[in-house]
Write a protein that binds this ligand. Structure first.
Ligand SMILES: Nc1ncnc2c1ncn2[C@@H]1O[C@H](COP(=O)(O)OP(=O)(O)O)[C@@H](O)[C@H]1O
Ligand SMILES: [Mg+2]
Ligand SMILES: [Zn+2]
Length: 506
């Protein structure tokens, strides 16, 4: 009877946990029993490991083998335990000395032929190993580049099980990760391309500075898509913690761009209105894939032609948007991924997509109301900035090609405004004005003087403004003051905020 143990890492949501993989070999009918709450993928692991070991020219131990993954209470998904299972088996059978893997975590899926295949989520797995004090990991060569992004841990890679065996037995070298590539990722589109459109430019600047959700309404050709795509270009870079979280989510989805760097720019996701609910919110078998909502975490989720999304899709987005995270229900428990996004929604005012008042638009007022009404309950209610854009006039059109204010200049103002908001709210745990709850804004010391809010309060009394709308306007007014470097919003800020909310001055 013999016993062996190696380390691996399992993922729960975006968080990795060390997993001990132990093997016990005893005389008896040859069999391999896996235990420790394995899911279907782990049962498949049994067949892969067996084939990979024999096809790597190793002897399959003719004993009763029990492989146990600890802690038993941790739910384990995915195929990343294969390499550790194969290694511990060979170790337990006395075929491989495991001293070389003391305090080393092993990750990787095995192909039937003994190749070691990349897995999704290698980055958060390696980050967890580093946090747990592990100083060395062995990962699939296909994951080595992303694993090497994690500081404070040595990354070695293998392409085949045979290479791992040859390393232990014959002292052959493991592989090193490729050197990180120096070149910066290509920049996205710049605001300099947008001529005129003062209202639209101002709206996305305010949205960026306060972290406000924004709706861009207006006829085709008004520049809604163009503006939305430029929002990331004026948002501040992600801090270390956010960058690691965002990169981890992209790693779990298997969509990390090559280059071996943390994602530093806020992500931008623009799912098409025909996208499935699963691709929006996440799901799938094995290790659940984050959807567009989670891939946009700490960045922008852009719903273009928002009124064309199905009711089911819009419904599925509602709760995650409110909670800032997605709970995916699965056969054996739930998986949770973060999903704190800035929502940008673009929509035409009517289903025929002809400009309002256009001679060809024959949509009745009811049809038009119903069209946008689909958005109002679930989404529009949560959106601070709502502007209606008009296509460029003749004079502005002539100016197309003359560069507008570039993104870098706007981003600078946005960064300063964000810093002011952080200084004001950080003690309460809010990172942007959009996160400040309405009641807090109505209490001292933040309550604005009655003389400044008079017009708003009158509209509240007349019923032309809801209490929610009142809070949203005040919230935006703070952002406008922050952009202007003032300590408190004044009457003019409130007037501008009202315009960014309702299209009319109070
Ligand atoms: N303000 C603008 N400055 C420069 N080009 C513009 C502007 N507005 C619209 N355009 C041009 O019109 C095209 C359509 O704009 P788009 O953003 O797709 O409009 P929408 O999404 O509102 O239908 C753009 O690709 C761009 O070429
Ligand atoms: Mg468009
Ligand atoms: Zn119409």
């Amino acid at each position: 009877m013999s016993y062996a143990k190696v380390l691996s890492v399992g993922l729960v949501g975006v968080t990795g946990h060390l997993v001990e993989v132990e093997a016990d070999l005893s005389p008896g009918l040859p069999a391999l029993v896996l235990s420790g709450l394995p899911d279907t993928a782990l049962h498949e692991a049994r067949d892969r490991v067996r084939a990979a070991i024999t096809n790597s020219g190793q002897r399959w131990p003719g004993q009763r083998i029990t492989v146990n993954l600890l802690p038993a209470t941790l739910r384990k998904t995915g195929s990343a335990f294969d390499l550790a299972i194969a290694t511990v088996l060979l170790g337990g059978a006395g075929e491989l000395a495991l001293a070389a893997f003391d305090g080393v975590a092993l990750l990787g899926e095995l192909g039937l032929d003994g190749t070691v295949r990349p897995v999704r989520g290698a980055l958060p797995m390696v980050a967890a190993a580093a946090r747990a004090g592990i100083t060395r990991v062995v990962v699939p060569f296909g994951n080595a580049e992303e694993a090497a992004v994690v500081p404070g841990i040595e990354v070695k890679a293998v392409d085949t099980l045979h290479r791992l065996v040859a390393y232990v037995r014959d002292g052959e070298e493991l592989l090193d990760p490729p050197a990180p590539r120096a070149e910066a990722p290509p920049d996205g589109p710049d605001l300099a391309d947008v001529a005129g459109q003062a209202l639209g430019r101002r709206a996305i600047e305010v949205a960026a500075a306060g972290g406000h959700h924004i709706a861009l309404l207006g006829p085709p050709g008004a520049g809604k898509t163009m503006l939305a795509e430029r929002l990331p270009s004026i948002l501040p870079e992600l801090d270390d913690e956010a960058a690691l979280e965002v990169t981890a989510l992209h790693s779990i989805a298997g969509v990390l761009p090559p280059g071996g760097r943390l994602l530093r720019r806020p992500p931008f996701q623009a799912p098409h209105h025909t996208a499935t609910v699963q691709s929006l919110v996440g799901g799938g078998s094995g290790l659940a894939r984050p959807g567009a909502l989670s891939l946009a975490h700490r960045g922008v989720l852009f719903l273009d032609e928002a009124a064309e999304f199905t009711g089911r899709s819009l419904d599925a987005l509602r709760q995650p948007l409110e909670m800032g995270r997605v709970l995916l229900r699965r056969a054996n428990g739930g998986t949770e991924y973060p999903a704190r996004v800035q929502l940008v929604l673009a929509a035409n005012p009517c289903p025929c997509a002809k400009p309002a008042g256009d001679a060809f638009c024959e949509c009745s007022p009811q049809v038009r109301r119903r069209y946008l009404g689909r958005l109002s309950g679930p989404l529009l209610d949560r959106i601070d900035v709502q502007v209606t854009l008009t296509p460029l006039g003749a004079a502005e059109l002539m100016a197309v090609g003359t560069p507008g204010e570039p993104s870098a200049v706007v981003a600078d103002r946005v960064a300063k405004a964000r810093a002011a908001a952080v200084a004001r709210w950080s003690a309460r745990g809010w990172r942007a004005n959009a996160e400040a709850p309405g009641p807090a804004l109505r209490e001292q010391p933040w309550r604005l003087p009655a003389s400044d809010t008079l017009a708003l309060r009158q509209r509240l009394d007349h019923g032309s403004l809801s209490a929610r709308g009142f809070d949203r306007i005040v919230r935006m007014a703070w952002t406008i003051a922050d952009l202007d470097g003032r300590h408190r919003p004044d009457k003019e800020d409130i007037a501008e905020a009202t315009q960014l909310r309702t299209g009319v001055s109070p």
